[in-house]
Structure formats: structure tokens, C-alpha cells
Design a protein around this ligand. Structure first.
Ligand code: ADP
Ligand code: ASP
Ligand code: MG
Length: 420
């Protein structure tokens, strides 16, 4: 008996006709001796609509207001998780209509357990015994992505884009041969094909590179889904849901590095506009100051990314720059204000119109001059670099957000990634 998990994103289930096509794609994968589980997202636009309703009910306006997270997030999960539930029923009906035995499973029925970090819960365990037996008996299971249930039975969600993670988690629990992620592009590209028409589909990409791509902004897969796939060695394929069964649809395989014969120096370019830059000028320069600052930020649950420290003009003082997600910038500034006395900072500046652009590739480990190419390509376009961060397989720079697309295109060309 083998098992396959298929996942369909919001655009792929955007209306009843598309859901009917999804049913045909699922039917084509059905064969004797293979159990199928299908994970679905909410219909496109639905989650945003539900988020809007939740915020309005909590009294939030474009100028702020609303309930604190502790009084909001659990009911937010109850509201936004309903989008996926609707799709499970619709797809189960569409499958039955073409003669395929199918049923929906809500997460509390599986159950699909998570911790209680509402709105960004992490999966703790999936008890799959009944689910496994049902799909092995030939009934297609249609499962809502994005949602889970806590130990004490409350509904949670896994963060935006979380249906990818649900699908990989189900695949790991069912010991599936593969997890196929059907979406509105026909694979993982060298960069977002929406902004670089010359981007190319990759045949294969390693877990490590996909992890960097996702965490640096390529939203084709949620970062956590790649982490889980990597940890459980689940082969993941990303492919188009707009192709009728039987037509070519090779997609991209996310797989162990060893399976990639030709290792590119740079495989992809990613970008994120969800960045803010916080600059602290004239911070006291003695041991323990950085610890004080980043400890306070961690306690305030602020996700700090790039950090740059440099000497200030005045003796005994330094400047510190860090980045965090845009929506956390206000809180970051309040947190620093609160410890101002202890760290002796002169000025705090926040800039929200910045973007992070990154190049990623496992071949970088063994190649020199990769950074030079990046800096030269940006300089040629007159783009100023405000901060730099590197790891073994990526280089990221912080730039003025107005130049994001220009920078992505320039880097795509500079590393020879443009399609002919
Ligand atoms: P779904 O609703 O199926 O989960 P998403 O909108 O979450 O789909 O993700 C697919 C989108 O990711 C594509 O439409 C594309 O614009 C974007 N994307 C960003 N970077 C990449 C990339 N490197 N390769 C493919 N798609 C990318
Ligand atoms: N519907 C959820 C979202 O829009 C989860 C997902 O589609 O992956 O974020
Ligand atoms: Mg998605």
C-alpha cells in the first residue's frame, strides 16, 4: 500500500469550476494500492476577508485600536479557519460527483494537534490511525490546511500560508511516498516569475536552498513546511493546478542535496518588502549593552534579523542597526525607549520603506567572488546597500524598497539566471 498527499492552494480552488478540475487531477492519481489525502486551502481571497471581519469585530481601524493579542488570537483562529472547512466540503462533493469515494476530515476529527500559540501554532502530533485506514480502503480524505487543535480542543491556525505545512505534516504522519503541492505557478522558479518574466523553473532544488528561499521571502512554500519536509525527508513536488490530467506537468522536486548533480553557485533570488530598519545612534560602548538590547527585543517577541554594529563618531559610543518585520517596528521602538536609560542611546530612527534582497545557492560554499558580483550589479544600478547578512549559502542586502524589483532583475541577470 502506498500513500500520496496532494495540496491545492487558494487560487487553485478559487471557484467551483477550479474545484471540479482539482477533482479530476485527484481522480487521475487514484490507483489500486494507493491511498490519497488531499489538503486544501480556503478559496482565494477568503482568508483575507475573514481576517478583515475578525479585526473589525475587535474594534480595529486603519489607525490602530483593537484588542490585545491575548484576547484576540484564539477567536481569530476560530474565524479564519472556517475558510478551509468550506473548501473540504466542496471538494468532497466534487469528487463524489465524478464517482470517487471521498469524505472531509476536520482537524479535531483526525486529530491534528498543535501547541496553543494561537495564530501561529506549531504542529505537535498527528494521530493518523483512522485516517490512514480510511484512505487505504480507497476513500479519498479531504483535509483542511492551515488549522489544528490544541490538547484541550481549541482551534488553532498555523500562520499565513500554513496549508503547505499541514500538507507536509500529513505526508510525514502517513509516511507518504511524496507530497505534491499544486499551485498557481508550475514550479519553483529562480525568482518570483511575477516580477521577473525571464525567471526559469528549476527541475530540482535542495531542501537547504528552498528553506532559505522561503524564509527570505519566496512565498511559494511556507518556511515551516520546508523545515518539516527536510526533517522527515518528505519529497515535495511543486506543480501547476491549472494543467489538465495527462498534460505535461513536471514541476519542481524539493529533495536532498545529494540528488542534485549540477550544483549552481546561485540558484535563486528572493526578496521581502516586509522589513523595517531600526537604527540606534550613540549607544554606550561597553560589554553587555548588545545583550541588554537584544534580550529586551526577544522578550517582546520581536523577530530580529540583520544586525550591524559600528563605531560612532563620539568616543565610547557605537551605532547599532537591526531589521525586523514591518509590523513589529513600532513595538521595537517602544521596547528600546523603555531601556533607553540603561543603554544610553542618543537617537532611535525607524525606516519602513526598506526591502531585503537575497541570492541563494549551495554552490556558494565552494566558490569565491559571489558577493563581489552582487555588490557590483547593485552599484551599477546606483542602488545603495544599507546592511549585509550572509550565511554559508546566501547573501542578503537591505536596500531602499523603491528599488526592489530593479535589484531582483539586476541580480537575476548578473548570476546568469535569465531564460534565453
Ligand atoms: P497558494 O495559494 O497555492 O499557496 P501562493 O500564492 O502562496 O500559492 O504561492 C505561489 C506564488 O508564489 C506564485 O504565484 C508566485 O508569485 C510566488 N513566488 C514567489 N517566489 C517564487 C518562486 N521563486 N517560484 C515560484 N513562485 C514564487
Ligand atoms: N488560507 C491560508 C492563508 O491564506 C492558508 C494557506 O492558504 O496556506 O494564509
Ligand atoms: Mg501558499
Amino acid at each position: 500500500m502506498s500513500r500520496l498527499v496532494m495540496k491545492f492552494g487558494g487560487t487553485s480552488v478559487g471557484d467551483v469550476e477550479r474545484i471540479a478540475r482539482v477533482a479530476r487531477i485527484v481522480a487521475a492519481e487514484r490507483k489500486p494500492g494507493r491511498g490519497l489525502a488531499v489538503v486544501v486551502s480556503a478559496m482565494s481571497g477568503e482568508t483575507d476577508r475573514l481576517v478583515g471581519l475578525a479585526r473589525a469585530a475587535a474594534g480595529e481601524t486603519p489607525n490602530g485600536g483593537g484588542l490585545p493579542a491575548k484576547d484576540f488570537n484564539d477567536e481569530y483562529d476560530v474565524i479564519v479557519s472556517t475558510g478551509e472547512q468550506v473548501t473540504t466540503g466542496l471538494l468532497a462533493l466534487a469528487l463524489r460527483r465524478i464517482g470517487i469515494p471521498a469524505r472531509s476530515w476536520q482537524n479535531w476529527q483526525i486529530p491534528f494537534r498543535t501547541d496553543d500559540a494561537h495564530s501561529k501554532a506549531r504542529i505537535s502530533e498527528i494521530e493518523e490511525s483512522e485516517l490512514g485506514a480510511s484512505i487505504d480502503a480507497g476513500v479519498v480524505a479531504v483535509i483542511p490546511g492551515f488549522q489544528g487543535v490544541t490538547e484541550d480542543g481549541r482551534i488553532t491556525t498555523l500562520g499565513r500560508g500554513g496549508s503547505d505545512t499541514s500538507a507536509v505534516a500529513v505526508a510525514a504522519a502517513l509516511k507518504a511516498e511524496r507530497c505534491d503541492i499544486y499551485t498557481d505557478v508550475d514550479g519553483v522558479y529562480t525568482t518570483d516569475p511575477r516580477i521577473v518574466p525571464k525567471a526559469q523553473r528549476l527541475e530540482k532544488i535542495s531542501y537547504e536552498e528552498m528553506l532559505e528561499m522561503a524564509s527570505l521571502g519566496a512565498k511559494v512554500l511556507q518556511t515551516r513546511s520546508v523545515e518539516l519536509a527536510f526533517a522527515h525527508r518528505v519529497p515535495v513536488r511543486v506543480l501547476s493546478s491549472f494543467v489538465e490530467p495527462g498534460e505535461p506537468n513536471p514541476g519542481t522536486l524539493v529533495c536532498p542535496e545529494e540528488e542534485i548533480v549540477e550544483k549552481q553557485v546561485v540558484s535563486g533570488v528572493a526578496y521581502s518588502r516586509d522589513e523595517a530598519k531600526v537604527t540606534l545612534l550613540g549607544v554606550e560602548d561597553h560589554p553587555g549593552v548588545a545583550a541588554e538590547i537584544f534580550d529586551a527585543l526577544a522578550n517582546a517577541n520581536i523577530n530580529v534579523d540583520m544586525i550591524v554594529q559600528s563605531e560612532a563618531r563620539q568616543a565610547g559610543r557605537q551605532n547599532i542597526l537591526f531589521t525586523c518585520p514591518e509590523r513589529e517596528a513600532g513595538r521595537a521602538s517602544e521596547t528600546i525607549e523603555a531601556i533607553k536609560g540603561k543603554i544610553g542611546v542618543d537617537e532611535i530612527h525607524i525606516r519602513r520603506d526598506v526591502a531585503k534582497v537575497s541570492v541563494i545557492g549551495i554552490g556558494m560554499r565552494s566558490q569565491v567572488g559571489v558577493a563581489k558580483t552582487m555588490f557590483a550589479a547593485l552599484a551599477q544600478k546606483g542602488i545603495n546597500i544599507e546592511a549585509i547578512a550572509t550565511s554559508e549559502i546566501k547573501i542578503s542586502v537591505l536596500i531602499d524598497a523603491a528599488y526592489t524589483e530593479l535589484a531582483v532583475r539586476a541580480l537575476h541577470t548578473a548570476y546568469g539566471l535569465d531564460a534565453a
